[in-house]
Write a protein that binds this ligand. Structure first.
Ligand code: AFP
Length: 321
């Protein structure tokens, strides 16, 4: 199985982008090693601070954020970064060619229960200017040059796209190398599996309530087939399942907090996942438009997310039409 850098070179990916993706991959391999030590490492639990989202930061959120920030700064390839754990963007190398946005540890609420977590990243070409600010990161997802995630599961796996389809790599622990094991991930167009946090049902908008109600009716209802449900509570885990065997994943708008458009963040969750899903033949929408076409107005902006098997996303959007 070809190594990550070898396959990207075969795909004729820009050498500096190939190097940058390698920097992210190596850092994630180090994060995976930390997670493997779990409770023995003394780095579980709360960090004693909140992030800009008002969420309690876990020690590993902060540690993984600092590891990625340091690795990206040292690479000399990155003009600036934005992170779920940073209030504002952080300038790195003035002549860096790329901007990188990331959620260093997605699924933080799963850390202390030894469940799935992951790192999500999104890469853009940097603007031709030295001083950068948050506004320089406000680019639609359709301008990403690469996106991916590393899922810290029984196997450590990476999903990656540079716009030439979506590939799966697996971390070969002894060498610390990511090896290609699927060079053309394809999401089945139809599915019988959905993912949603059903505890929010009473807060959803009526179209989403109607769509989910019809799924639950199974073959006795208008869908004429039975559906199964999964909820990992870590987007990386749910999206990996969708990429691997199909499905629809949604974190819809809910009236719990009407000034929040949804829970998931556009710039470092919905956009990179939307790029991966589309490149694998799936669809990724808010409840209205294609996620990659959303014009961002804030680096921590939230959006409703409906993504996965193309035909099932169309059915769900049909309820919202
Ligand atoms: P945490 O990182 O705070 O655990 O949130 C994870 C997440 O942003 C996303 O990865 C999950 O799909 C979603 O939130 C889970 O949200 P609920 O905890 O409301 O189910």
């Amino acid at each position: 199985m070809p190594r990550l850098a070898h396959h990207l070179t075969q795909q004729k990916v820009d050498i500096e982008l190939t190097t940058l993706i390698g920097v992210v991959a190596d850092c994630c391999a180090d994060i995976a090693a930390l997670l493997r030590h779990g409770p023995m490492s003394g780095i579980l639990g709360l960090a004693g601070a909140e992030n800009i989202q008002g969420e309690d930061q876990k020690k590993l959120d902060v540690i993984s954020n600092d590891m990625l920030k340091e690795a990206l700064e040292k690479s000399g390839l990155v003009k600036g970064i934005a992170s779920e754990e940073e209030d504002n963007c952080v300038g790195c190398s003035p002549d860096g060619k790329f901007l990188v946005l990331f959620d260093p540890l997605d699924g933080s609420s799963n850390i202390d229960i030894n469940s799935l977590v992951g790192t999500i990243f999104s890469i853009y070409a940097a603007p031709d200017k030295t001083d950068i600010g948050d506004d320089d990161f406000l680019r639609p997802g359709n301008e990403q040059v690469a996106a991916g995630y590393v899922l810290y599961g029984p196997s450590v796996m990476m999903a990656l796209t540079t716009g030439q389809g979506t590939q799966f790599y697996m971390l070969e622990q002894s060498k610390g190398e990511f090896l290609l094991f699927d060079d053309n991930v394809q999401i089945p167009k139809d599915t019988k599996e959905f993912a949603i946090n059903a505890s929010n049902q009473r807060h959803w908008a009526e179209p989403m309530q109607a769509y989910i109600a019809d799924l639950l009716k199974g073959e006795t209802g208008p869908r004429d087939k039975n559906f199964n449900m999964r909820w990992v509570a870590a987007m990386v885990g749910d999206v990996h399942r969708v990429l691997s065997r199909g499905g629809i994943f949604t974190y819809p708008w809910d009236k719990k907090n009407p000034n929040k458009a949804g829970k998931l963040r556009l710039m470092y969750e919905a956009n990179p996942m939307g790029f991966l899903v589309e490149q694998a033949g799936g669809k990724a929408f808010t409840d209205a438009i294609r996620i990659l076409d959303v014009e961002p107005d804030n680096i921590h902006q939230r959006v409703p997310v409906i993504l996965g098997s193309a035909n099932e996303v169309d059915v769900c959007l049909g309820y919202h039409a």
